[in-house]
Design a protein around this ligand. Structure first.
Ligand code: SF4
Length: 366
């Protein structure tokens, strides 16, 4: 059986051509599956019988379901534990914000990059996710919102509100899985389906140069988020092993050339997790200013979420402020961002599949 969530509209159109049917049926399928949330496509009365039969015989879902949901008491963030068809578990996080509802999604089961401060990195890479599994996270979150109007109401959203923005910042390095991520981007941004404009989707990377080259060739206007976290090659290689393969200086030169060449109005979101005594000194703030020169940067400083057991600590409030002020005075658009959902382990760097005993301590099920 083929995964219906993994098909681009062009693939549905190819099927229509094969069956000698008008292409409009591809749009009907997309609208029913992604806009209206129907999964029993073979029962759609507006489709010809031959297509209904093909859908029944050859297409199915991929088995992804919400195994558990946890609601933050403080900010309304919802963490979903998603069970994939083979029993693997990943997480996605729904974050209510003023003007939008953002879903942070996973694209790998675990992560191979082993950044030293990241809890997900400790899991190692279990496997890549398919485009259908990536897309299913959005489908499941939208269904969940439909079934929980009280969640919208409590936050003064209109009753028709749904996921409006996607960030690929959950588990895994997206550009390690660039073929499936790229197919997922085509599906998510299709106007007949979820209709999420590319500017509302942000792909985050720890600095995977080959993946960046490939994805920017296909989506030159893609919004990017770069996890930086250090200011010299030596320090970054210690924190993020990926830097040994693709040094940050070369990567930023590549990005400078990309922004110059394309003239895109997208900013580069730079994420900098601030860790006490590791990357929060005045010297490092000055180096950061130099490193980012000439790039259309928005910089988020994220105080480290302390996850036990860890040798890393959150920054002192005073040093964080001084760090931010120095960058601000140098003309950088900088904000301190506190991660959402900290009480449910949904914050950046906290996504990890825990054992049952750990879960019962840290998750309050809705
Ligand atoms: S920070 Fe991102 S790239 Fe690094 S280990 Fe964690 S999930 Fe992987």
């Amino acid at each position: 059986m083929l995964d219906m969530f993994a098909q681009t509209r062009l693939q549905w159109e190819a099927l229509c051509l094969e069956l000698g049917l008008p292409l409009i049926h591809a749009k009907t399928i997309y609208r029913a599956l992604f806009k209206e949330g129907h999964t029993d496509l073979a029962t759609l009365a507006s489709l010809p019988k031959i297509l209904q039969e093909k859908l029944r015989d050859s297409f199915a879902g991929n088995g992804a379901t919400i195994a558990k949901e946890s609601l933050s008491r403080y900010d309304g963030t919802v963490k979903f534990l998603i069970r994939l068809g083979d029993g693997s578990l990943v997480e996605s996080v729904l974050m209510p914000e003023k003007q939008r509802i953002t879903l942070c999604i996973s694209r790998q089961v675990g992560c191979a990059q082993a950044c030293t401060f990241c809890y997900t990195g400790r899991m190692g890479l279990k496997r890549q996710m398919t485009a259908g599994e990536i897309v299913s996270q959005v489908w499941l979150a939208r269904q969940w919102i439909r079934e929980h109007p009280e969640w919208l109401e409590a936050r003064s959203y209109p009753s028709f509100a749904s996921v409006s923005n996607i960030v690929f910042m959950g588990m895994g390095e997206p550009l390690d899985n660039v073929i499936e991520v790229s197919r997922a981007l085509h599906i998510l941004s299709d106007p007949w389906g979820f209709h999420l404009a590319l500017r509302k989707i942000s792909v985050s990377t720890a600095g995977h140069r080959d993946g960046l080259v490939a994805i920017l060739e296909e989506f030159p206007d893609l919004s990017l988020a770069l996890s930086l976290h250090a200011t010299t090659e030596r320090e970054r290689s210690q924190l993020m092993p990926i830097n040994r393969r693709w040094p940050i200086g070369e990567l930023l030169d590549f990005l400078r050339a990309h922004y110059e060449r394309t003239g895109t109005d997208r900013s580069l979101l730079v994420q900098y997790t601030v860790i006490r005594g590791v990357n929060d000194s005045e010297r490092q703030a000055r180096e950061l200013v130099e490193l980012l020169r000439g790039l259309p940067v928005k910089l988020n400083l994220i105080p480290l979420n302390e996850v036990e057991p860890s040798r890393f600590q959150s920054p002192e409030p005073g040093s964080l402020e001084a760090f931010r002020d120095l960058l601000y005075e140098a003309g950088i658009r900088v904000m301190v961002r506190y991660s959402k959902g900290q009480d449910i382990d949904a914050a950046c760097g906290q996504l990890v599949i825990k054992t049952k005993a750990e879960e019962s301590e840290s998750i309050s099920v809705v």
